[in-house]
Ligand binder design. Structure first.
Ligand SMILES: [Zn+2]
Ligand SMILES: [Zn+2]
Ligand SMILES: [Zn+2]
Length: 299
């Protein structure tokens, strides 16, 4: 049984999604449910949960990571979509992606065609590690029989990668390596800091895309995974207060940056890391200002 902390009052409870006995809080929205799951022994040990309990009881807002929240609320959002739109009289649902009506067999929210296109089950080749959607039975590279990953789907992988990129960045700030830059950064206005952070996030996501390309042969499958990764970042901005309608621009900006990086890599595939680092530096206001300030100090 899951040990969880009530996100409203800090009381311990068994089951993250149940009503709190002390304050009657019940997680209802997808975001509330994601928060409730976060503050449970699914994610943290007893000592950390105790710390969270104390923080909540003291009235402090927990430092939820918006990207993790976006990722863990995505399945709850699908659940909510199903509950709101499923027609009990005829057993039909409009597909969440293309709107066409279909008969779900397992509370899925995508019609069979969209499922195949946007959220296919994954298969792997055990001998060369390539990942495929489950439409074929054999590896296109070595001809071995593929093993189907039971219930591993493209969207889930995209969500996990979004969270991993975020974790890597929050555990290892690239600028922190250099004390000099760190000092200079302390003097930057917060807008520049934010855009520099975004650029690094963009770059880290692109690096994840490059890594995925080694494993994923099919362009369509790669796109399905990458789109979901980017979608999680869009949703994380909504969680941070960006309006839904404004957030629609965010995936476009990410994809544009990926194209830009692609063109840089294509110029010299052997030295793409160096070239890309240069481009990222130029794009990244924070770093550019850092370097300018550094040059001025040296000259
Ligand atoms: Zn409570
Ligand atoms: Zn559909
Ligand atoms: Zn193979």
């Amino acid at each position: 049984m899951t040990l969880a902390v009530c996100t409203a009052c800090g009381q311990y409870k068994f089951g993250a999604l149940v009503r709190c006995e002390r304050c009657s809080h019940l997680p209802v929205t997808a975001l509330d449910k994601a928060k409730a799951m976060t503050v449970s022994d699914h994610n943290f040990g007893g000592e950390t949960l105790e710390e969270f309990k104390n923080l909540i009881e003291a009235g402090t807002e927990l430092p939820y990571d918006p990207v993790s929240l976006a990722s863990s609320s995505a399945p709850f959002q699908e659940e909510a979509y199903f509950e709101e739109n499923f027609d009990f009289t005829n057993g039909m649902l409009s597909c969440k992606r293309c709107n066409c009506p279909f008969e779900p067999t397992n509370e899925e929210v995508f019609c069979p065609r969209c499922m195949e296109e946007a959220n296919p089950l994954l298969s792997v080749c055990m001998s060369c590690d390539k990942v495929y959607d489950s439409s074929g039975n054999f590896c296109q590279k070595c001809g071995n029989r593929l093993i189907q990953r039971s219930e591993r789907r493209a969207l889930e992988v995209g969500r996990e990668i979004a969270v991993s990129v975020r974790r890597i960045l929050s555990n290892k700030d690239p600028l922190e390596q250099c004390e000099f830059l760190l000092q200079l950064r302390g003097q930057l206005p917060s807008e520049d800091l934010a855009s520099s952070q975004h650029e690094f996030e963009n770059f880290a996501m692109y690096t994840a895309v490059m890594a995925l390309r080694q494993f994923v042969e099919s362009g369509e499958l790669l796109v399905a995974i990458v789109k979901e990764m980017v979608e999680i970042y869009r949703a994380s901005f909504v969680i941070q207060g960006v309006r839904e309608v404004d957030s629609q621009q965010i995936p476009v900006l990410y994809m544009r940056r990926f194209d830009e990086y692609d063109r840089v890599v294509a110029r010299n595939p052997d030295q793409w890391m160096l070239l890309l680092a240069d481009t990222v530096t130029k794009n990244c206001y924070g770093v550019e200002r850092h370097l300018k300030a550094a040059m001025e100090m040296v000259l």
